[in-house]
Design a protein around this ligand. Structure first.
Ligand code: SD4
Length: 338
């Protein structure tokens, strides 16, 4: 038989448990008020977000959204990301991509040639192999085995023109990625002929509150053959921790890699900083490392925290990112260090 004292103890504990549960439940609800949501780098992100939204708005998975979203950009003839993009200095387009889901599953391909959708190959690496990263011929062979088709490399008119211009001097001078034409927010062609915006990074949170991210690029124009930037490197170009947030980077890959950029930003969110402040702190770290040389490089991060709040920060002005959720669809001009 249960005595009075035990009964009171028991019911107090039960009410406490109910209260705690209620609070947990309440915080879960308010945490996810902004879902679903998708953000992606640069103005090309507006189109890419639309494709991602078709999945997110039907309660689809964030992972599917970030794959389908960036595929739009990979396939675009007007953009300098896919097979028509700037080649390496030997004239070959080489592509890098990675993807990460809400359970720390991740896949990546690098130095991949003549495959239209590197992001989908990266996803197959994640889902069908025990590995995280495949590169070069091995990645291409894997893609072919998976049913992907070997495409002809066909440089866009702009890429061909830029490459022809570059060949006149063939001066190897990396370090000009994404420094914007300050007068324009639109993609700008630099004086030396390089094109900006050869990358798209995307982060989505689905209706279940799960985060995923993707990143795909043709990398630095006229790069040394075999050069790989941050974009296919988990922790540098992309990182997702479903408990705290996700981040994707763009810009001078070498400088993102040296601070393990995307992972560093997510660690800041883990410590409780906002998405924007987390991006800013890691940009400041890069600025400090680079000293005077910072004028020659651009790096930008976008981040999404577990509450669906987005933020970004860049070294130079001119960076923007696209956002879409239930209430807004727009480009946001990023804050920057200069
Ligand atoms: C790279 N991070 O290959 C890429 C380039 C980039 O917009 O982001 N361009 O280093």
């Amino acid at each position: 038989m249960i005595n009075r004292r035990k009964f009171i103890q028991h019911s107090t504990i039960s009410s406490l448990a109910v209260l705690i549960n209620k609070n947990l439940f309440a915080s879960k609800i308010s945490n996810f008020k902004n879902k679903p949501i998708v953000i992606s780098t640069w103005d090309a992100g507006l189109e890419a977000n639309k494709a991602a939204w078709q999945i997110l708005s039907k309660n689809g998975r964030a992972l599917d959204a970030v794959e389908k979203g960036v595929m739009v950009t990979e396939a675009s003839k007007n953009c300098c990301i896919g097979l028509g993009a700037n080649p390496d200095r030997d004239g070959f387009v080489t592509l890098d991509a990675c993807i990460m889901d809400e359970n720390f599953n991740c896949g990546s391909v690098a130095f991949l040639e003549r495959i239209k959708h590197p992001i989908s190959v990266a996803r197959r690496v994640m889902e069908k192999t025990p590995h995280v990263m495949l590169v070069g011929n091995g990645a291409q062979q894997f893609a072919l085995n998976e049913g992907f088709v070997l495409e002809e490399q066909k440089l866009s008119k702009d890429a061909q023109q830029s490459y022809n211009d570059w060949l006149k001097k063939a001066e190897y001078k990396p370090g000009v990625i994404n420094i914007e034409n300050k007068q324009q927010q639109a993609p700008a062609k630099l004086d030396n002929g390089d094109w900006n915006h050869d990358t798209i990074g995307m982060i989505a949170m689905d209706a279940n509150g799960n985060l995923s991210g993707s990143c795909t690029t043709s990398g630095m124009g006229f790069k040394m053959r075999g050069r790989i930037g941050d974009s296919p490197i988990i922790g540098a170009g992309l990182y997702v921790d479903n408990e705290f947030g996700a981040c994707v980077g763009t810009g001078q890959g070498e400088d993102v890699i040296r601070v393990a950029g995307a992972h560093a930003v997510v660690e800041m969110m883990r410590q409780g900083f906002s998405a924007e402040l987390s991006c800013k702190k890691i940009i400041e770290r890069i600025v400090k490392i680079k000293g005077d040389k910072v004028k020659d490089i651009q790096v930008a991060f976008i981040a999404l925290d577990k509450n669906g709040n987005s933020g970004s920060f860049a070294i130079h002005s001119g960076f923007n990112f696209a956002i879409k959720n239930n209430t807004e669809e727009k480009l946001i001009v990023s804050k920057s260090w200069v």
